[in-house]
Design a protein around this ligand. Structure first.
Ligand SMILES: [Zn+2]
Length: 242
């Protein structure tokens, strides 16, 4: 058995036997790891609450035959505590964890950019300078971009014309009048501008947006994300719509 250290964010946990849990963590260097935390459900556990979802932890693990075993865990940032007190932030954070889990398919395949986006997204959410739903939509757009699914937002996804008219999920983003498939949404130009601002991280522009454009943006981004993940993101149902 070999020993390794890494840091990561706890994505989810599941019970194992009487007192143990399997902890799924998106780590900085190793990628997604599933590790066993022995005795973590006992009140006397040395891990305490450090292996709960949202916690950014420094870990030591033993490589096992099937699952690795977590031997040490130190809290770097307890994001869960700050999020649990605020329902919109908590639901947005839950949707981030689930999306990070879904966008990192293979275990132990390094996913540094997804890790950095998740940590940055949780930190921004906790700091509370921007509306939770905007932070979540920015996270969705950027994590989709890292996964290779950035929507076309500035020119037609099909012919590159710069005069765009509609947003078509199946086409991969905005489309011109000629390329517009039946049933494509026709969002306000301000909504597309908000999506561009969120993808770029232009917070002054995003914060200045109107709530009806934020609502339209959230609907389009959620539909786009879900189409790419094929199945719905469960936590999204609980995110409050503006
Ligand atoms: Zn076109």
């Amino acid at each position: 058995m070999s020993l390794y250290r890494d840091e990561g964010v706890v994505l989810r946990t599941q019970k194992l036997g009487e007192a143990d849990r399997i902890i799924t963590i998106l780590t900085k260097r190793t990628g997604k790891v599933r590790g066993v935390a022995k005795g973590v459900r006992r009140t006397t556990s040395k891990f305490g609450a450090r292996l709960e979802p949202f916690t950014h932890v420094d870990l030591q693990l033993h490589t096992g035959r099937t699952l690795d075993v977590i031997t040490q865990a130190e809290t770097l940032r307890p994001y869960g505590e700050a999020l649990a007190a605020d329902y919109p932030k908590y639901t947005a954070g839950s949707a981030m964890l689930e999306t990070a889990d879904r966008l990192t398919l293979g275990e132990k395949e390094p996913a540094l950019r997804q890790f950095l986006l998740l940590v940055g997204g949780l930190r921004t959410l906790v700091e509370g300078e921007h509306e939770a739903r905007l932070v979540l939509d920015a996270y969705f757009l950027r994590s989709l971009a890292v996964a290779g699914w950035a929507p076309a937002l500035e020119s037609c996804a099909r012919c590159s014309a710069t005069s765009v008219r509609a947003f078509a999920i199946v086409a991969g983003g905005v489309v011109c009048a000629a390329c517009r498939p039946a049933g494509a949404a026709v969002p306000a130009p301000e909504t597309i501008a908000l999506m561009i601002a969120l993808l770029r991280g232009d917070w002054p522009a995003a914060d200045a947006s109107e709530s009806r454009h934020r609502a339209e943006c959230s609907g389009l981004v959620a539909a786009y994300l879900q189409w790419h993940l094929e199945h719905g993101i469960r936590s999204l149902r609980h995110v409050e719509r503006v």
